[in-house]
Write a protein that binds this ligand. Structure first.
Ligand code: NAG
Ligand code: NAG
Ligand code: NAG
Ligand code: NAG
Ligand code: NAG
Length: 431
């Protein structure tokens, strides 16, 4: 027994000596980083020098990232054999864990380690325009007796909280009560709705987009293509705070060049079944918020579609009139989110357009054609925070879906399933 304990301690010390120091640890005896020179994979080692006894024991690790995240996969394992670890726990001898971090993200900062509510280590959080905090809770269950003792590490899904930029400003328009039965928009009612134009001999309206920071607009990827070709960034102009499409000098609106646009890597213009019809346009200059210009909050609730079923979202856009021209004033419509099954039941052809990264919403025919709405956001109001959150981007409809059908469905790219990608574009972090 003494041998095993000595071995555990020695191994811990050896491991610590051999490591390549990658990041600063706030408490080098309890936490350090290691990079495998062969795979470049980075891991973190946690050492609890004298673990207090409890069963189950609870290890609580808090990490901080200057990247915005919606999901985080981290592996945790015991460094030593189960027998050695059981003994270490029982004797309050050092116990060690290895954390494997996602390889496509920078390494996180460690901000705290708690073992059975005892503080083992604390460190400063990451700094940056966006900071994600990840709390990993792991339980160590000791079961069985004598030689049949077993130790199991159970990880509870990481809880992630986000300090989003402009958090205080997002998702709130002018408090204008919508008039029942009227789908006209009042100026300032949806201040994150932007118009995207293509610069030809004149400016041609191309798509609608959603402002999510003072520099970033989310729209559909197809809006940046024409005849199978992606267009040059110089071809675009984004009008923020715009109300009347024909009024180029509208007070309170800003016309901005686009510095860059990023198309989701899974998007394909020619493959109708692609489920990543998503783009982020970066404006050349930051816009100033005002009564007509405000960002929408990015989705920060559960990604589970079942929670949304039966909820209403709002879609705003300029839409086409009977003559096939864009209306000069925007309209808004409520679209009710339906289950994937319901969408398929209405028309089997939807199957080719759907995936678990899209969702379907239903709107009444006649009130809105959706023909000019490519790229429009579907925003959902959350009473809890009294704000609107961007959940979907208008991607596809089926041309000529059952004419007798009173209702029609639109396929939206599910923003909740693409948040990591979106955040990476916004934080300028490149993989
Ligand atoms: C690891 O990183 C180094 C330098 O950053 C690079 O040259 C090497 O190819 C990488 N190895 C692997 C397996 O990715
Ligand atoms: C884990 O630790 C963090 C930071 O100290 C704390 O906010 C959180 O409530 C803890 N969670 C659990 C389940 O103990
Ligand atoms: C676009 O590309 C697809 C496949 O490569 C082709 O079938 C289609 O005709 C092309 N469309 C145009 C407008 O060039
Ligand atoms: C979504 O579908 C893909 C392929 O069909 C599958 O690999 C993936 O695990 C699914 N993701 C979720 C969250 O269901
Ligand atoms: C908008 O989407 C429709 C299909 O839903 C497509 O026919 C049309 O070309 C798209 N318009 C733009 C500007 O991308």
């Amino acid at each position: 027994m003494i041998n095993a304990v000595a071995k555990t301690t020695l191994l811990a010390q050896l491991l610590q000596l051999m490591i390549v120091v990658l990041g600063q640890s706030p408490c080098p005896t309890s936490f350090w980083y290691n990079r495998d020179p062969e795979t470049n994979e980075t891991s973190g080692y946690v050492q609890i020098l004298s673990p207090s006894k409890e069963n189950p024991s609870r290890l609580n690790i808090t990490l901080s990232h200057n990247v915005a995240l919606s999901t985080y996969n981290v592996g945790i394992e015991l460094v030593h054999t189960a027998e050695e670890s059981i003994m270490a726990l029982e004797q309050s001898m050092p116990i060690m864990f290895r954390l494997s971090f996602p390889s496509d993200l920078p390494i996180p900062m460690l901000t705290s380690i708690l073992f059975n509510n005892e503080i083992i280590c604390t460190g400063p959080p990451a700094v940056g325009p966006i900071v994600s905090t990840i709390v990993l809770v792991n339980e160590l269950h000791l079961s069985g007796k004598g030689c049949k003792k077993k130790l199991t590490v159970i990880s509870i899904l990481p809880a992630i909280s986000l300090n989003q930029p402009n958090n205080l400003d997002c998702g709130r328009g002018l408090p204008i009560a919508p008039v029942a039965g009227d789908s006209e928009v009042s100026p300032g009612q949806w201040p994150w709705v932007v118009a995207i134009f293509i610069v030809k001999r004149e400016f041609v309206f191309q798509c609608t987009g959603t402002l999510v920071t003072n520099k970033h607009v989310i729209s559909a990827a197809q809006c940046f293509y024409m005849d199978n070709m992606s267009l040059l960034v110089e071809n675009f102009m984004v009008s923020v705070g715009r109300y009347d499409l024909r009024d180029w000098r509208q007070k309170g609106s800003v016309n901005s060049d686009v510095a860059e646009y990023r198309i989701h890597p899974d998007f394909s213009y020619t493959d109708i079944s692609n489920d990543a019809d998503l783009a982020v346009a970066i404006l050349r200059d930051k816009v100033e918020y005002g009564p007509l210009i405000r960002p929408c909050c990015l989705w920060s609730w559960s990604a589970d579609l079942n929670v949304l079923r039966g909820k209403y979202g709002t879609v705003v856009g300029w839409d086409l009139n009977e003559l096939g021209e864009y209306n000069s004033k925007p309209k808004w419509i409520t679209a009710s989110i339906v289950s994937q099954e319901e969408c398929l039941r209405s028309n089997g052809n939807y199957a080719a357009l759907m995936s678990n990264r899209t969702f379907c919403a239903e709107h009444r025919k006649g009130s809105f054609t959706y023909k000019g709405e490519n790229g429009s956001g579907l925003v959902i109001y959350e009473q809890e925070t009294d704000r609107f959150y961007l959940r979907g981007v208008v991607s596809k409809t089926i041309a000529g879906a059952i004419p007798s059908d009173e209702n029609e469905f639109t396929i939206f790219v599910d923003v909740a399933r693409h948040l990591n990608w979106i955040y990476r574009q916004i934080t300028q972090y490149c993989v």
